[in-house]
Design a binder for this molecule. Structure first.
Ligand SMILES: C[S@@+](CC[C@H](N)C(=O)[O-])C[C@H]1O[C@@H](n2cnc3c(N)ncnc32)[C@H](O)[C@@H]1O
Length: 435
């Protein structure tokens, strides 16, 4: 895209129509970025990686081909600033397009490419030279073409599709989709749209953290009642119904270790031995393809992701750990009281990563509707994540309470009851260590 812009070729009018200013956190100052503390935006921003790629990959290529990149154009068209701008244009406007079937070239189906215009260099087949494009590819949240589910994602090509990228999106509002035609891509309405109503494509109903990181806006809509559970005043809230909270496995590990330590008898109450054993288990988990981040959705019947429950059992239950190794399969996602309590502690640790409470954020939104845009967006992202955490914690507490009231029953669905060594204080008074 930098080369196309420098050469004012056939895409010049299209490129000139794209924005050069973005509200994405990639362009925020430190003070505004601090507002995002605790949210999943921070770790995914990738600004340093992008800038390293620019210095270590792009600049050497550019300076090695003076025939393609005349040195006098570098300060105008190939600067770090232009790199970020084009990266953001790709991140906010690209589509994943399926390549033409059995086509040896890398041309996307339905798009036309004039080879006379193409660069006289090898084009990487995965189009991932800008980390932004890599993220578009990896995170499955870019504008996608309606296609057969069986298609392998690796085969898709990150592509700019002029005109199709003019549509906005809003959670649950999609009324138009991009379809493959025989020789073109077609944006087609999928519902009747009245005059004056907006035509919305979908950005896959992403959570606000991702909308902000990729597109620079957030959704601010009515939320389901499940998200106001546990709220002090039970008031209706606004936000993005597609919001999620990401919980890193290291917080789960710490919560499990704390629990094991506090319930172990003195000889086994050895912090480093407990940490080493847990590390062994989590290494096994990762080797088996387990995730190191869990995605928590607004409370539903299942309340917790199955893989999170499975990991907690693996960490906290010796029998489950042995069985898992024998079967080469992580434990089943049974929620007993230990699982719920350890998860609750992990969620409290996750909550503590934010600055301030949900009430602080809600008050900020209510009191000052004229907050500066970045601060307003960051507050909405934070509040959305905190709201989910609060609602899940509320449900967890109710479930733990209900289990406790069942005559001191501690193991809930309890097939492992009595099998554990030392992990359940109701089993053995917390006197025995798990190992
Ligand atoms: C695919 S483009 C859509 C074209 C865009 N409307 C334009 O005029 O350039 C994505 C960009 O549109 C804007 N956008 C899309 N949906 C939005 C929404 N619901 N609210 C606010 N801005 C939105 C964001 O700036 C986003 O980066």
């Amino acid at each position: 895209m930098m080369w196309e812009e420098a050469n004012a070729g056939k895409w010049a009018a299209y490129l000139a129509s794209l924005p050069s200013k973005f509200d994405t956190p990639m362009f925020w100052n430190e003070q505004d970025l601090a507002e995002l503390k605790g949210t999943s935006v921070v770790e995914k921003l990738g600004k340093e990686d992008a800038e390293r790629d620019y210095r270590e990959k792009l600049l050497p290529v550019i300076s090695s081909r003076k025939d393609l990149f005349p040195p006098h154009l570098i300060p105008f068209h190939y600067t770090l600033e232009r790199y970020h701008i084009h990266g953001s244009r790709i991140l906010s406007r690209s589509f994943c397009v399926e390549p033409a079937p059995s086509d040896a070239s890398d041309e996307p189906s339905g798009t036309t490419q004039n080879h006379d215009d193409a660069m006289d260099v090898d084009v990487p087949s995965d189009s991932q030279s800008h980390p932004a494009a890599t993220r578009v590819h990896d995170n499955d949240g870019d504008l996608s073409v309606d296609q057969d589910d069986e298609d392998e994602e690796e085969e898709d090509i990150v592509s700019m599709v002029p005109m199709a990228d003019m549509l906005n999106a809003r959670y649950g509002s999609e009324n138009a989709k991009l379809f493959y035609g025989a020789n073109e891509l077609r944006m087609v309405t999928t519902k009747p749209i009245k005059a004056g109503e907006q035509i919305f494509n979908t950005y896959n109903d992403l959570p606000n953290a991702e909308l902000l990181r990729r597109y620079g806006h957030v959704d601010y809509l009515s939320l389901p009642a499940s998200l106001t559970q546990g709220s002090p005043n039970g008031s209706a809230a606004l936000g993005n119904p597609g919001d999620v909270v990401e919980l890193r496995a290291d917080l789960v590990l710490t919560a499990a270790n704390d629990r094991i330590y506090s319930t172990a008898a003195p000889p086994a109450q050895n912090v480093s031995a407990i940490a080493a054993e847990s590390q062994r288990r989590i290494d096994w988990w990762l080797e088996m393809g387990g995730d190191d981040v869990f995605v928590l959705e607004p409370p539903s019947e299942s309340l917790l992701p199955e893989d999170l429950v499975s990991l907690v059992r693996l960490l906290c239950d010796d029998d489950e750990w042995r069985k898992a190794q024998d079967k080469e399969k992580p434990p089943k996602a049974k929620k007993d009281k230990v699982v719920l309590e350890v998860t609750k502690q992990a969620l409290l640790k996750r909550q503590a990563l934010y600055e301030g409470s949900l009430e602080d954020d809600e008050a900020l939104m209510n009191l000052s509707s004229d907050l500066p845009l970045n601060k307003k967006h960051a507050t909405i992202v934070r509040a959305g994540e905190k709201r989910i955490l609060r609602a899940i914690l509320h449900q967890l507490e109710l479930t733990i309470e209900a289990l406790s009231q069942k005559g001191g029953m501690s193991n809930g669905e309890g097939s492992s009851r009595g099998k554990r060594k030392g992990m359940d204080d109701d089993d053995n008074g917390g006197k025995k260590a798990r190992r």
